[in-house]
Design a protein around this ligand. Structure first.
Ligand code: GDP
Length: 486
């Protein structure tokens, strides 16, 4: 914790090995330089090449971003449709549409940033309904804003869908790559995108996309694994990430800094309930069911996973249990952080440790910051709690997550933890899956919509198993058609 570190006079590497730049105003975004005092050290160090490319991207965002003359000229070209006029500034843009839950949005932001870096584009993020972006995240680039300005000339860009004439799949398949007369190209990389839309993963720069100044992207998922299939990016990705198991960890720690209000919630909770424990266990509970009632099978699954994998202390078997004794000096304390929309699971786990002693004398406390009951999209108060909880999960030592949940992916990815993943039950009224969970292969999130064909063949009508093509991209533990870096 921050206290013991500063007492020992031990200075933390607040810039995370060069991932962050010094010189930001610390007051306006305390989390940026304070996070290093709360997280364990980075699971992986950034490569010198990644650091160099980040600095170049920051310079690009400053030179071409909102408020600059190049941005004014580029948005005028987009408004007027004069896309044939020569672009003298050398600025091109990637606009990310914000939609779906917070975990989805964070995976989308991190991977859209990677795509912008690979393609030399300025990343601009749609602030979302209710302008929630600025309530949630600090600006990541010094001297530039990443928020798409309110006067962005395409009024209805949020309604773009796969069937739009500008969509990449249409341009590639039905217009043989001709962008004549198009003001922009739209990339539809939603988790359920068609194979034609996913051709963009294979865009090799010699085709049409590099000629398009404005690209709008819709994604609700983690695109990074898909980008590794593109021969045009493989060498660059290898230099950026010599270890492929930590792409999200590094990018999220670089990009996603919670605002002061959220950071205050994080550190107050951490200092009150988690900091003094000998061990912190995170349990992220996500039930994909619209009814708000809790399910016994989900509790069974959590307890079975925790016991099988020795995550929670075992309780003394009743009957022969010894009578209560004075607490042993130095009894090990375990703080359990539960996150979820419903509080029943947390109450039930807590009751286990109230009504029974632990076999090893450990002292267990169980905490859950909120129980919002149901999910709401684009409501700042609700999203702020969600982000504080995702961040708190990242501060635990070991973590159990619910399969399929992007909320959980971000929690363990930010923290740099390889989680135990609980398999998603397809019917919560049935007994819990057996085995209940497994240790994941890496700290990376699972991509729910990578590609189903090879970039060298582009046979979009034939689904092949892309999880065997690259040594460092494998099927996810929790979703057989998902792909994940390791
Ligand atoms: P996913 O649906 O599990 O992939 O995760 P998302 O974060 O994309 O969407 C779920 C949304 O439900 C979140 O954005 C929150 O608004 C809400 N939510 C789900 N689980 C929790 C939780 O444990 N705590 C809080 N505060 N909100 C949650």
């Amino acid at each position: 914790g921050i206290g013991s570190q500063s007492q020992r006079g031990n200075k933390r590497d607040v810039l995370l090995g060069g991932l962050l730049v010094p010189g930001f105003d610390e007051q306006s975004c305390a989390s940026r330089y304070q996070a290093a005092y709360y997280h364990k050290s980075m699971a992986r160090r950034p490569s010198p090449y990644l650091i160099k490319r980040l600095r170049e991207q920051e310079a690009l965002q400053r030179r071409c971003g909102p408020g600059t003359e190049p941005y004014a000229r580029a948005s005028e070209r987009l408004r007027s449709g004069q896309t044939d006029a020569r672009d003298v500034d050398g600025c091109s843009y990637l606009v990310l549409i914000s939609y779906r839950g917070l975990g989805n949005r964070m995976l989308a932001m991190a991977s859209a940033f990677l795509y912008a870096l690979l393609t030399g584009r300025v990343l601009l993020v749609d602030p979302g309904y209710g302008n929630t972006l600025a309530d949630l995240f600090c600006e990541p680039f010094p001297g530039a804003t990443w928020a798409l300005p309110a006067d962005f000339p395409l009024a209805n860009f949020k309604e773009l869908g796969e069937d739009a004439p500008e969509s990449y799949g249409n341009v590639a398949v039905n217009r043989s790559g001709s962008v004549a007369g198009l003001r922009f190209v739209y990339l539809h990389l939603d988790h359920a995108a068609s194979p034609a839309s996913r051709l963009v993963y294979c865009d090799d720069h010699r085709q049409f996309l590099h000629r398009v100044q404005w690209v709008i992207i819709r994604t609700d998922q983690y695109m990074a694994p898909g980008l590794f299939f593109n021969p045009a990016y493989q060498e660059e990705l290898g230099r950026l990430f010599p270890r492929k198991d930590s792409v999200f960890h590094l990018l999220s720690r670089y990009l996603l800094h919670p605002t002061n209000d959220i950071w205050g919630m994080v550190i107050r909770y951490y200092n009150s309930y988690l900091r003094n424990a000998d061990e912190r266990l995170g349990i992220q509970i996500r039930v994909f069911d619209t009814s708000r009632k809790p399910f016994q099978s989900v509790l069974d699954q959590i307890l079975a996973c925790a016991s099988r994998e020795h995550l929670l202390p075992a309780v003394a078997t009743t009957g022969g249990a010894a009578p209560p004794a004075l607490p042993a000096a130095g009894a090990r304390s375990v703080a359990v952080l539960v996150t979820g929309l419903n509080s029943w699971y947390q109450e039930s786990i807590r009751e286990v440790y109230w009504t029974s002693a632990t076999a090893g004398g450990e002292v267990v406390s169980v905490h859950q910051p909120s129980h919002e009951e149901y999910q709401i999209w684009f409501y700042s108060k609700h999203d702020m709690k969600a982000l504080a909880e995702i961040y708190l999960l990242s501060l635990t030592d070991r973590i159990v997550t619910s399969g399929w949940s992007t909320f959980g992916y971000v929690g363990h990815g930010l923290g740099g933890h390889t989680p135990w993943v609980m398999f998603r039950p397809m019917n919560y009224s049935e007994p819990a899956p057996d085995p209940p969970c497994t240790r994941a292969m890496s700290m990376e999130p699972c991509s729910h919509g990578a590609l189903s064909f090879e970039c060298t063949r582009k046979e979009i009508d034939k689904v092949i198993d892309t999880g065997v093509l690259l040594p460092h991209v494998r099927p996810c533990e929790d979703m057989s058609w998902g792909l994940k870096l390791r």
